[in-house]
Design a binder for this molecule. Structure first.
Ligand SMILES: Cc1cc2nc3c(=O)[nH]c(=O)nc-3n(C[C@H](O)[C@H](O)[C@H](O)COP(=O)(O)O)c2cc1C
Length: 513
């Protein structure tokens, strides 16, 4: 794995702003060419398709409790019903709209450009109601495509360098398909893969929390070994994160299957390869289990203290987590108005909370939050850092000045300034890359996606709205007076309308567009 230089270059060359646009990447590449529109779903036509349960009435803990980290772990067994809930509320199809030449599918988690460049694989070892095996989640069919039968967990042990993980009842492997997002965003699309993995994880980890199910995210693994295991090539599709769910159980020897070559997929995944994306992804690869262990032990690169819990406001709504997720839809229009202080404090504390991840020491985060406050009771408009759970002012300014500057920093998108506040989720990138090397870039971007996803869920849980936003990299440090690099933006405010809630599996809510 490299020392961070490739990631630094990637970051520079894909930064954007009024005076600087990322280079297009590939000669002759035209963004959003309708003739090369990527397939939204990967499918394995020769694989056995197992239906997932579709009757999933909301039974999880209140979203406010799940997001606060206050649901005690229940050491519960994993069954097919819970697996279906986890998959549906993170990667499921919840809404559908007519498009120019094809239906547009909206999913449970937000995704830049609604392009969803991710796939999910389930490694089932001890899931009641499901035979042990390696499966691919097909969101369009709401089913599991069986890629290899029998208990495949042993075959994963070397790739994950984590005996407990390989003995856990269920693992979900998230992979990225860069072309699906690079079709629009070109080389910058690699950032989007990790952002979107983060927002998907925000949903997944919160649903797991809502059922008291332990979860742990592995960002260190032997990339080539995991690619071989999944049958993906590491370029058109590469592993992004592994989520370990449930307490370890010894694999049942009778169920142990011989490692099998996964089924071939039929869906073409890529029409164009972007050299910077391939280089940046490759530069972070870990080649051996020893390298994985050493990378995980990296200390000192995550300087921010992160709270474990985020107590919700008194009298917070008790709506179950699943129903908040189905109600969420990125707010496209916000009404300017003043929000209570709690709607600043709680979503930001939820966003700043740590999540259990192999390479991030508990109680720390690679991120900082820089917040443009527009209209929040008791917090004068201005540019703030978020320090120890409270706003620390860098500079006061008039509401109109802050709104204007926020929108400008969000590439002149009005939502950035119409919100009640906008969180410029940032990292001291040099420190992160000095500590974690090139792979640190994946970590920082994914963590920013988790933070942005959680902030939005928290806002929706309180009856407000929010959206992720892209931004002008070079405009942001001056506003907050720090050299930190913006990773991703989340705008939180008063929605000017209410989106229609998403439907049940197989019955997406039809919307007009
Ligand atoms: C990482 C990320 C970046 C986004 N950037 C923008 C943006 O710059 N402008 C915007 O209007 N929406 C943005 N969005 C919102 C997406 O457009 C939205 O998630 C997508 O259209 C799917 O709709 P849904 O969230 O309602 O399911 C972003 C979302 C994510 C997750």
């Amino acid at each position: 794995m490299g020392d961070g230089e490739v990631a630094r270059r990637y970051h520079r060359e894909t930064s954007q702003g009024p005076r600087h646009w990322p280079r297009p990447g590939v000669p002759g590449f035209e963004p959003m060419d309708p003739l090369r529109r990527p397939e939204p779903f990967k499918r394995y036509p020769d694989a056995l398709l197992r239906d997932l349960p579709t009757d999933l009435p909301a039974r999880g803990a209140p979203a406010t409790l799940a997001l606060s980290g206050r649901v005690p772990p229940a050491d519960r067994a994993v069954d097919l019903d819970l697996l279906a809930r986890l998959l549906y509320h993170s990667a499921g199809v919840v809404r559908a709209a007519p498009g120019v030449d094809a239906t547009v599918w909206f999913r449970a988690a937000p995704s830049a450009g609604n392009l969803h460049p991710l796939e999910v694989y389930a490694v089932a070892g001890a899931v009641a109601g499901l035979d042990a095996g390696l499966y691919h989640f097909a969101p369009d069919a709401f089913g599991l495509e069986e890629l290899a039968a029998g208990d495949q967990r042993d075959a994963l042990a070397d790739a994950l360098a984590d005996p407990d993980a390989a003995a856990s009842p269920l693992l979900l492997v998230i992979t990225g398909v860069p072309w699906r997002t690079a079709w629009k965003y070109a080389e910058r699309g690699w950032r989007h893969v990790y952002w979107d993995a983060g927002t998907m994880l925000a949903n997944l980890l919160t649903v797991a929390d809502g059922y008291g199910l332990r979860s742990r995210v592995l960002l260190g693994f032997v990339d080539a070994a995991l690619c071989r295991y999944l049958g993906v090539d590491g370029v058109a599709e590469f592993p992004v994160a592994v989520v370990v769910l449930g307490a370890p159980t010894a694999p049942a020897p009778s169920a142990r299957g011989a490692p099998t070559e996964p089924e071939p997929a039929a869906t073409p995944l890529s029409a164009v390869e972007f050299p910077l994306i391939t280089q940046a992804q490759r530069a972070g690869d870990l080649a051996t289990a020893e390298q994985v262990t050493a990378w995980r032990a990296t200390q000192g690169a995550t300087p921010t203290a992160a709270p474990d819990t985020a107590d919700p406001p008194a009298k917070a709504p008790a709506e179950p987590i699943e129903s908040v997720i189905l109600r969420r839809g990125s707010t496209r229009r916000m009404r300017r108005g003043t929000i209570p202080t709690d709607v600043l404090r709680w979503p930001l504390t939820v966003a700043a909370r740590g999540f259990a991840a192999d390479a991030v020491p508990p109680g720390t985060s690679p991120l900082i939050h820089q917040v443009a406050v527009h209209a929040v009771e008791g917090v004068p408009p201005g540019f703030y850092g978020w320090v120890d759970g409270a706003p620390r002012r860098h500079r006061a300014a008039s509401e109109s000045e802050v709104r204007e500057r926020s929108a400008h920093m969000c590439l002149d998108q009005p939502l950035g300034g119409d919100s009640a506040y906008t969180d410029f989720i940032s990292a001291h990138l040099d420190r992160v890359l000095d500590g974690y090397g090139d792979r640190g870039y994946r970590l920082a971007q994914l963590a920013a996606g988790v933070a942005a996803g959680r902030a939005q869920l928290a806002a929706f849980a309180l009856g407000y709205g929010g959206t992720g936003l892209t931004f002008a990299d070079e405009e942001i440090p001056a506003a907050f007076g720090t050299p930190a690099a913006c990773m991703l933006v989340a705008s939180i405010g008063i929605p000017a309308y209410r989106p229609r809630p998403g439907g049940a599996p197989g019955r997406p809510t039809r919307i007009s567009g």
